[in-house]
Design a protein around this ligand. Structure first.
Ligand SMILES: C[S@@+](CC[C@H](N)C(=O)[O-])C[C@H]1O[C@@H](n2cnc3c(N)ncnc32)[C@H](O)[C@@H]1O
Length: 158
């Protein structure tokens, strides 16, 4: 008897990312990397009505597919550190479900096109979902795990 863990969910992208990045090497990464790239989230015309009232939000979560990444590693050394970490303690592309999550600033909406800043994905990346970004966790309660140590180490070196 299959359990819910064995079910496969099929999703159709709601749109596509138009980003300035055509090669992964162009995307800033590593400790302190800033994501300022602008581009467009193009939502399928048949779903445009679902964007009603999105203009009121300054930031959005974008859920997307690492469509150029194949396979996964449960433990790997990320580019931001020299020690191995579990895949679920990283944001890397090689994951059992290759889903990316990026917070972007919404600059404007033109119909089914959302102009945004803060992209870190390749041009042509499929979008699975868009949601308003709402954070209720105070900065003082956030812990950055191994990344905090890696960032501090990298600062000391520079
Ligand atoms: C470290 S991941 C973080 C992505 C997202 N912010 C997240 O946390 O899920 C960003 C990297 O994914 C890779 N990448 C971006 N778009 C991709 C795509 N469509 N397919 C495969 N890899 C991609 C690039 O190497 C980029 O530097």
């Amino acid at each position: 008897m299959p359990t819910r863990r064995d079910v496969t969910y099929t999703m159709r992208p709601i749109g596509v990312v138009h980003s300035p990045f055509t090669d992964r090497a162009e995307i800033p990464m590593g400790p302190g990397a800033k994501h300022e790239a602008e581009g467009t989230l193009e939502v399928r015309p048949d779903l445009e009505a679902g964007l009603k009232d999105i203009e009121g939000f300054s930031h959005l979560y974008v859920l997307w597919v690492f469509h150029k990444a194949e396979g996964y590693e449960l433990v790997a050394i990320p580019p931001t550190d020299d020690r191995p970490h579990g895949v679920f303690a990283t944001r890397g592309p090689y994951r059992p479900n290759p889903i990316g999550l990026t917070v972007v600033r919404l600059l404007r909406r033109d119909g089914n096109q959302l102009r945004v800043r803060g992209l870190d994905m390749l041009n042509g990346t499929p979008i699975l979902d868009i949601k308003p970004y709402l954070s209720s966790i105070p900065e003082s309660e956030l812990k950055r795990g191994w990344l905090a140590e890696a960032e501090a180490k990298s600062k000391r070196k520079s």
